[in-house]
Design a protein around this ligand. Structure first.
Ligand code: NAD
Length: 484
């Protein structure tokens, strides 16, 4: 049985309070997690604060860049351990985690380390009222201690997406991983020590949200900025906590993303793309498609083809050959997703496929499995069409005109992502401009140059991270004016 301890000031810290970490494949016990209380969070924040003026704060940018490359190399050296830890926590197929989660987890350190080497700042030679001259320029300085609160769907990838730029900019971090997925954040502590990252630069506190480590961290007065990925409701709570002391927040929140398929699209590519965006990672991707709109002439054919894709998914444990879909992350999440399956049936949906728990071998019967599910026939007001479910499911509705589908797609409080399938270039650009989202994919999904801005519109988030845009959150611009 594993013991997941807090990582504070380069040391492993046990606590008296524990909670179980379970494998969602069969609900077996992976280990126990040491829950951080107020005292441990306080110590972690103090360590992060002290580290700002220690050896970490004295490093040149070049030395920091070298160290972050060493962290990435350290993850890659222990690739299989990270992979097994991630798939035990989440149940996701090893084939997916080994191509997405772990490589991107390592890459996030290199990308931001390389970026920080080449960041220009503005500088002006100005005339002064007395006829002299001044040089007015800006420097970027670290914001300080960054509180990093993470979700469970892509644990290492989404955590390092924040820790990478935070450290590249010279900050220190206290990370609160999701209570569902404590493993890879903990393992990263070992890598930090192995490669010589100074104590206090990277800290991990385990626990839950309210009245636990998440709330203690986000309410802590010495945390200088909070970056959060998770549900919109949690984002609201964190924003309230951040108001105390006027701390900045970066929020990557929920979505209810539309997928739009025009009759002129490459049909097979559109079906494959929507299938991926609806079912990959068991639908537990913030950018996933839960609302599909298909132009009427191809509606019936599309529904039949997507049904075949859903029924062709192979459910099973992460390391089994050919498995394309794992369980949900936990029994609690399974209960939530199944409650939406029941709501859909109650609201009169036509269930094209799925709608319940799949039959699994006895050894897996205690796992958090749900069937990939497709509905049609619901009004736009139905709960499963309006609310984020975060499961392997989607509702498909027909549409007749471009204007109609733009209005349908935008009729949501969320604004994270959209995907559009068409072979008409003009239409593609028009939709890209008209959809009120943070990212709009045309004939693709989950494809992005890491130098571009990422974030949500409306209730899907505040701020943009990615490339130089991350600097806005992870640094302060200090204006220096020198009278010559
Ligand atoms: P969640 O909001 O329940 O939890 C996220 C984290 O916040 C966890 O670590 C949790 O312990 C912590 N937390 C909960 N309440 C807190 C509080 N009051 N104060 C401080 N911390 C608190 O989200 P989740 O269920 O882990 O993740 C799924 C959600 O994340 C979905 O809504 C999904 O859309 C969203 N998500 C968004 C993005 C994005 O980039 N926009 C990416 C991935 C996931």
């Amino acid at each position: 049985m594993k013991d997941f301890k807090n990582f504070i000031n380069g040391e492993w810290v046990s606590t008296a309070r524990h909670f179980d970490n379970r494998n969602p494949v069969d609900n077996s016990l992976i280990g126990r997690v040491h829950e951080a209380g107020l005292a441990e969070v306080d110590t972690a924040v103090a360590a992060a604060r002290a580290a700002l003026s220690g050896p970490w704060g004295q490093m040149t940018v070049a030395q920091r860049v070298e160290m972050l490359h060493a962290v990435a190399d350290g993850i890659n050296r222990r690739f299989d351990e990270f992979l097994q830890a991630e798939i035990a926590d989440t149940g996701k197929p090893a084939s997916v985690a080994s191509h997405v989660d772990i490589p991107r987890g390592a890459a996030n350190f290199k990308v931001f380390a390389d970026l920080i080497k080449n960041v220009p700042t503005e500088s002006f030679a100005m005339a002064t009222p007395d006829g002299g001259e001044a040089l007015n320029y800006a420097v970027r300085v670290p914001r300080g201690v960054i509180g990093v609160v993470c979700p469970w769907n892509l644990p290492l990838l989404l955590m390092t997406w924040k820790v990478g730029p935070a450290l590249a900019c010279g900050n220190t971090v206290v990370v609160k991983p999701s209570e569902e997925t404590p493993a890879t954040a903990t393992l990263l502590g070992e890598v930090m020590n192995e490669v010589g990252v100074p104590p206090g630069v990277y800290n991990v506190v385990h626990g839950f949200g309210p009245d636990s480590a998440g709330a203690f961290l986000t309410q802590h007065p010495y945390v200088n900025g909070i970056t959060f990925t998770g549900e919109t409701g949690t984002g609201e709570a964190i924003m309230k906590a951040a108001a105390n002391g006027v701390r900045p927040v970066s929020l990557e929140l929920g979505g209810k993303n539309p997928g739009i398929v025009f009759a002129d699209a490459d049909f097979d590519k559109a079906v494959a793309g929507i299938a991926r965006s609806a079912f990959e990672n068991s639908g537990q991707v913030c950018l996933g498609t839960e609302r599909v709109y298909v132009e009427r002439p191809i509606f019936d054919r599309f529904v039949t083809a997507l049904k075949a894709k859903a029924e062709g998914l192979k459910l099973g444990p992460p390391n089994d050959d050919g498995v394309t879909m794992g369980p949900l992350v936990s029994l609690a999440h399974q209960k939530k997703v199944l409650s939406y399956y029941q709501k859909a049936a109650k609201e009169g949906a036509t269930v094209i496929t799925g709608g319940g728990i799949p039959e699994m071998p006895t050894a897996l019967s205690e796992g958090a499995w749900v069937q990939p599910t497709i509905w049609t026939g619901l009004p736009e007001s139905a709960a499963v069409v309006r609310e984020e479910i975060f499961g392997p499911c989607c509702h498909i509705a027909p549409f007749d005109t471009e204007q109609e589908v733009i209005a349908l797609a935008n009729d949501t409080p969320y604004g994270l992502a959209a995907t559009v399938w068409t072979s008409d270039l003009g239409k593609a650009h028009r939709l890209g401009g008209a959809l009120d989202v943070g990212i709009c994919w045309i004939n693709s999904w989950f494809l992005r140059d890491l130098r571009t801005a990422f974030g949500g519109a409306k209730q899907s988030g505040i701020g943009r991270e990615g490339g130089v845009h991350s600097l806005e959150f992870y640094t302060e611009l200090r204006n220096i004016c020198v009278k010559l």
